[in-house]
Design a protein around this ligand. Structure first.
Ligand code: PLP
Length: 388
């Protein structure tokens, strides 16, 4: 076993060795610019990008022409939100999102508010789910976009995406979903899920960092966006800039590997996750944060009453890499806004750990983690005179 045991796959994943292998030629011998139309190096690069576009589209049931490559999900989220707000400004200026979205969505919404947009931030219930009636009631004639994530990065909770898509369609509103945590982990299909715009990122699905994609529906309805980066008109004018060919090839290969292993992996993940979770729930004062049924198979977010997440991390002695209840605002010690939105008190949020498993997680690692966490929780509680 190698230490630390990595259980932070929701933060980032290692590149699959097959992904690295696929990328390598595009750094050296096949270094062409995909926009060079005059010679073979350019054509080869363009061909590689086209192939990756097919691989990515196949994973989510899209047409290759509906995929725009970006630098990652942060950029895709910004392009979706700002691009729609700008393009449909004449129709209206109201957006609907949710309080547990990723910062890349929330901060882009704040930016739009400063420019005069009005944004409804839907609450979530104690299990992290939005209320569909509340969503529908929030729609006004000025609503141009509903932005609800597919699955939450901290809790793994999956929103009722299909139902949201149907409501959006009924009211003629565009539905955008940040599916960065869901794509490659569970079956995500843009047609049956009725999604119009969708973000995802290579480094969350065993591809390289700094590359991602935005799915943009081309029919029923045809979604239009105002580009946020102007230049040479790459990506059908929606995202200028010389294409990151090695990165895009890596995303394509990563998408293909996910498509081929998804069914097997999601069962393996759920099995290992449940093993970990059920063992840790044997301890007193442990609770699962978020809905347990509508949840990604690889995530378990647990609160350990009366034990600080940071004390647990110290107790693990650098042997286990997980995220604490201050994840994603980790520069500060603020308790997670996602957990607080579920109604957790600051203390319980700070007592929470997010375990996220992945492709290279083994049964042996889970067994070791169960022992180490159990032992650490028990010894910390033995030090605390207020816990029985
Ligand atoms: C990781 C993540 C992002 C940001 O993706 P980058 O590619 O790192 O910019 C956005 N949304 C969610 C839900 C994420 O988990």
């Amino acid at each position: 076993m190698q230490f630390p045991i990595y259980l932070d796959y929701n933060a980032t994943t290692p590149c699959d060795p097959q992904v690295v292998e696929a990328m390598l030629p595009y750094f050296t011998t096949q270094f062409g610019n995909a926009a060079s139309r005059q010679h073979a190096l350019g054509w080869q690069a363009e061909e590689a990008v086209d192939y990756a576009r097919q691989q990515v589209a196949a994973l989510i049931g899209a047409d290759p022409t509906e995929i725009v490559f970006t630098s990652g999900a942060t950029e895709s989220n910004n392009l979706a939100l700002k691009g729609v707000a700008e393009m449909y400004a004449a129709k209206g200026n109201h957006l609907i999102t949710c309080v547990t979205e990723h910062k890349a969505v929330l901060d882009a919404c704040k930016h739009l508010e400063k420019q005069g947009a009005s944004v409804t931030y839907l609450p979530v219930n104690s299990e992290g789910l939005i209320d569909l009636q509340q969503l529908e009631a929030a729609i006004t004639p000025a609503t141009i976009l509903i932005a609800i994530m597919y699955a939450n990065n901290e809790t793994g909770v999956i929103q009722p995406v299909q139902a949201i898509g149907r409501i959006a369609k009924k009211h003629n509103v565009i539905f955008f979903s940040d599916a960065t945590q869901a794509v490659g982990k569970i079956p995500v299909q843009v047609i049956s899920d009725e999604i119009d715009l969708m973000s995802f990122s290579a480094h969350k699905l065993y591809g390289p960092k700094g590359v991602g994609a935005l799915y943009i529906r081309r029919k029923n309805p045809r979604v239009r966006l105002t580009a946020q980066i102007d230049g040479g008109g790459h990506e059908r004018g929606m995202r200028s800039g010389t294409l990151n060919v090695p990165g895009i090839v890596g995303l394509g290969k990563a998408a293909e590997l996910c498509r081929l292993t998804l069914e097997h992996e999601r069962i393996r993940m759920a099995h290992l996750r449940d093993q970990l979770e059920n063992a840790l729930l044997q301890l007193k004062g442990v609770q699962v944060n978020g809905n347990r049924q509508h949840r990604l198979p690889q995530v378990s977010n647990l609160a350990f009453a009366q034990v600080e997440g940071n004390a647990l991390m110290l107790g693990f002695n650098k042997q286990i890499a997980v995220a604490t209840g201050s994840a994603c605002t980790s520069a500060s010690m603020e308790p997670s806004f996602v957990l607080k939105a579920l109604g957790l008190q600051d203390e319980m949020a700070r007592s929470s750990l997010r375990f996220s498993l992945g492709r290279f997680t083994t049964e042996e690692e889970i067994t070791y983690t169960i022992e180490k966490v159990t032992e650490t929780v028990q010894s910390l509680r033995a030090l605390n005179p207020f816990v029985g």
